[in-house]
Design a protein around this ligand. Structure first.
Ligand code: HEM
Length: 456
């Protein structure tokens, strides 16, 4: 059936268009129709018809799974989404969808979508049937120009190899990694002290994104990009831009080329201008060292940073990795490790700034927060027993669970502890964050905080 659709459809479209053109010519002659409008209308009808036919090729849907409510081939839903996003209500949009069912399906012009909110569905997708839910071609197409063949953008054997190679580095360095942040924390304190002295408000989202790009590049590349020193860098703005574009492209799936991104290649070039010299320098240094050491591995510095770790490893054919592979690897780990930690710190600052009583309690104990409702007691010994598996999975689950989880926890806890020991803060009056997501969820209008010194 699906093969028939694929082969019959083009000639069918050709015939219908030919008939329509004939009909239009006669209507136009009689002054009754606008040919452009008629062609547009036909294109729309064919587009949705083809979409429905192609959707039937997708995996069979369970009978019990409800369909997402739509009155206009998902156009109404897409419109509500765009409006919610413009109003900073993207999170509410998703929460409203979940009220239709905890697992719902829909198809959008040929693309089958499954929205899974039920913990058992999450477990089914991420753990039990992991092999059946790869990232897939649309994801690869959106991310390849930016992330190449790196871990985030890889499936199957390529993903398995990278993960197996990277894992030992994270195991060895997860505690050591926390030591890397000392220099950057001191820099952050310098910025906050200055703001206190001048009575300035700080956008902590911007501050933490510069902080985490510096800690991540230090930890991963052994070469910090110094965004805390020089805020508006080409590299950082290119990194932000490419993520935004990729975020839209994965939402548009097969129709991602409709998203205009003329500066995308230039932005990738801007990032490569920073990343490739780091890779080249590391390769040259490693080659020189090997000549001096008679070709031996560098046991002492093997785990200094992830790049060093990969330079001391070989691919499945026993060959060293080339510079493009190493560049892809760095880009992927940077993407994985920067915004995630930025957002965690940013929303923690918001919630503590809004709840001074809790801030006091946290000075005695560090805890995790839930984005939807600020209720740290849910992680107390009694209530934590009620949290079902796969209900809360910020670090993903199953074979693709976050590799940097312990690094991220260590970094967040160390950073928060240092900040709480030294400062107190509040969110500026009247400020309401507008949560929005590209690849991760952040606040579209920043996070405006006023600091003061903490006096015990
Ligand atoms: C609060 C901080 C963090 C959160 C919430 C988080 C969350 C996640 C999530 C949800 C995924 C799965 C993404 C997917 O496959 O679609 C993931 C994957 C990953 N994370 Fe994290 N992450 C954090 C920090 C970090 C850090 C600091 C690093 C490294 C320095 C890191 C490295 C990775 C890597 C390498 C993967 C890919 C794993 C794979 O595909 O096998 N993460 N993370």
């Amino acid at each position: 059936m699906s093969t028939q659709v694929a082969t019959v459809a083009p000639s069918l479209i050709g015939n219908v268009y030919a008939l329509l053109r004939q009909r239009q010519r006669s209507l136009v002659k009689r002054g009754k129709a606008n040919p452009a409008m008629a062609m547009l209308a036909l294109t729309a009808v064919l587009y949705f018809w083809l979409g429905r036919m192609r959707a039937k090729k997708g995996p069979p849907r369970g009978k019990a799974v409800p369909h997402l409510k739509t009155n206009l081939f998902m156009i109404d839903v897409a419109f509500t989404y765009v409006r919610a996003r413009a109003n900073g209500e993207e999170l509410k949009f998703v929460q409203d969808l979940s009220k239709q069912g905890l697992t719902i399906t829909t198809e959008f012009v040929g693309h089958c979508l499954i929205l899974a909110f039920e913990p058992s569905s999450v477990q089914h997708i991420l753990v039990k049937n992991f092999e059946n839910y790869p990232k897939g071609p649309a994801f690869h197409r959106a991310f390849s120009p930016f992330m190449g063949t790196g871990i985030f953008n890889a499936d199957g054997a390529a993903w398995k190899n990278q993960r197996a190679l990277a894992r030992p580095h994270f195991q060895v360095t997860e505690y050591k990694g926390a030591a890397h942040i000392e220099t950057q924390i001191n820099q952050v304190c310098g910025i906050v002290d200055k703001a206190i002295a001048n009575g300035d408000v700080i956008d902590v989202q911007d501050l933490w994104s510069r902080y985490t790009i510096d800690t991540a590049t230090g930890f991963l590349f052994g070469n910090c990009v110094n965004a805390l020193d020089v805020p508006q860098q080409k590299f950082v703005s290119a990194f932000n831009y490419t993520q935004k574009v990729c975020g839209w492209k994965i939402r548009l799936c097969e129709y991602q080329n409709l998203f205009p991104a003329p500066s995308f290649p230039q932005k990738v070039k801007d990032m490569d201008e920073v990343l490739l010299p780091i890779v080249d320098q590391a390769i040259a240094k490693e080659m020189n060292r090997r000549v001096g050491a008679g070709g031996a591995d560098d046991e002492e510095h093997k785990h200094d940073n992830l790049l060093q770790h990969f330079l001391n490893s070989v691919d499945e054919n026993g060959k060293p990795f080339d510079r493009i592979y190493l560049r892809d690897m760095l880009m992927n780990f940077l993407l994985a490790g920067r915004d995630t930690s930025t957002n965690l710190l940013t929303f923690m600052f918001y919630n503590l700034g809004k709840n001074p009583d809790v801030m006091e309690r946290v000075r005695e104990e560090i805890f995790s927060v839930d984005a939807e409702e600020f209720d740290p007691d849910r992680w107390g010994p009694e209530r934590v027993k009620m949290v079902r598996p796969f209900m809360f999975f910020p670090f993903h689950a199953g074979p693709r669970i976050c590799l940097g989880q312990n690094f991220a926890y260590n970094q967040a806890m160390n950073t928060m502890t240092r900040m709480l020991q030294r400062y107190t803060w509040k969110v500026i009056d009247g400020f309401v964050p507008k949560p929005e997501s590209d690849i991760t969820m952040y606040s579209r209008n920043g996070m405006h905080i006023i600091f003061d010194e903490y006096k015990d």
